[in-house]
Design a protein around this ligand. Sequence first.
Ligand code: PEP
Ligand code: MN
Length: 286
Amino acid sequence: MEANSCNVPVTVGFRVPARVSRETKPEGSVVNVAGVETGGAGVVIIAGPCAVESKEQLFDTARSVKKEGARILRGGAFKPRSSPYSFQGLGEEGLILLSSIRAETGLPIVTEVMDPRQVDLVGEYADMLQIGSRNMQNYPLLKEVGMCRKPILLKRGMMATIEEFLLAAEYILNQGNEQVILCERGIRTFETSTRNTLDLSAVPMLKRLTHLPVIVDPSHGTGIRWMVPAMAKAAVAAGADGLIMEVHYRPDEAICDGYQSLDLDLFAGLMTDLKRIALAVDRKIL
Ligand code: PEP
Ligand code: MN
């Protein structure tokens, strides 16, 4: 079997785009999100609600996930909802809440940007910009975030191949922004018992093909609260550089994605287990 210098079998069937290729940077990239490094020895835990709903909801959740060891806070202010009649997020008000809880807790924040016209606005508040699954192939948006100076969390399109995922990342790097973290968040398959099929085989594959850090979202990847801990642990065992998980102080009252959000006790218990899994694969939870 023919192999390139990184011993990547040519049988993947496509050429890895140049800028994201592991060949360009065999040692791997470390992405620094306001002082929190993803892609090094540590495994980074990102946690928080799907959407910013209110001050109380965000602040109570954020304080708890910080206490249990989360290093970055997530929370959507602009939400990509399947139905135009569903809650669309608090918008800038949500961004303001995120920056005030950052000031209190010191946790950097990641939040989604959906529109090229809002990249500047979201970039003023966020420490990392999230490109959601539905926008992975929104090329004008990829180019726009490629021109900003904030790290980008690029989620895999729900119908995207690994090749398409890497090409989407290449769009961002091509514009000069090399601070990109890839996120496997589940893909659509014929399976209906879970919201998505979490493709954990993407983790070792991506780690081999690209130098970019790779994290996993077991919340959207399964869509089921009780499955999240098992898949979170499996992701760390598979070599993920981090996890992004939905946590809510009252998941049953959540406006968005409550059925897949961990409550605070489940999150605390999972953090304990993750430390042991990380040690078993010579990593540590950052
Ligand atoms: C989210 O993180 O809340 C989200 C909408 O994720 P995805 O784009 O993966 O569906
Ligand atoms: Mn969500």
